[in-house]
Design a protein around this ligand. Sequence first.
Ligand SMILES: [Mn+2]
Length: 332
Amino acid sequence: MPKDTPRGTSLPDSRRTPRFAGVNTFCRFPMLGDGPAAEIDPEQLDWAIYGIPYDGGVTFRPGARFGPRAVREASQYVKPYHLELDVDIAATLHMADAGDAPVRPYSTRETLEAAAAFARELGNPGRTKLLAVGGDHSIAYANIQATWERRGRPEGGLPLLHFDAHLDTVDTVWDEKWTHASPFIRAIENGLINPKRMLSVGIRGPLNTASDLDYGKAHGVRIITARQWETGEGIERMDDFLAELGKDEVYLTFDIDCVDPAFAPGTGTPCPGGFTSNEALELIRRCAGIRLAGADLVEVLPDRDPSGSTALLASHLLAEILALDALASTSA
Ligand SMILES: [Mn+2]
């Protein structure tokens, strides 16, 4: 591969190659690796987008293992130029679909190890950032671990921006420490995430007990509930958090269940209320100016998504997340 590849990813021209033809990749990005569509220089890659088709960590309805396929399919209509941020992600970033991480369907722990080992090697470890598509939220741990290692093992852990209906800091469920209710308590315990630089946005009840809030309170995790967002008191606190980040890289994790099931029914632990599709897009746009270390988007469950609206929203959220990085790289 030539070292002087022009900046950005070249997408198939949709005026020549229809969006509904060919093999699905995330947002029609080229495939990383040895396949017939491989045309990307791994050394130049800015983002590797890959699936982790695993849902053995769920505490309620399974099916998110089919999420990566559904999001790939829905993402064929994602276009690269961002109207509001005035940035073209394909012209700015080298991006590729890196396929799916290996999974061990009967073991969350083994899946996380296998997925992290896969992610650790993708593209150019010193340059390429990782965007994982789940899968249930347990998979975030693997992508966070690989990201933390590849971004130079920042001491004290990465800051975390977390969009979710749920806290995901439960210690154990059914005596199991590795579930989709626990990725952030494990990431904090293992020094991958700094709880004092963690914000969870979109939290809503009911909870199992009031003590579900204790871990976050004791460790300095900030939360903005869906209700606080609705009344407007959350906006200033989110802006404060973003301003505090300064130039430090932050990991972004987006659980699609932070969106109201009226807009995103295809998820395994739905909670009434929450963001509209438009608010979800605006939440990401509000983060313009931050520097990303990596990201994930999780909990899309196609079997409960009869119109495909959940996967469609998820696919556009991927582009919104990448647009943040495109913006940061053009203003660097
Ligand atoms: Mn979650």
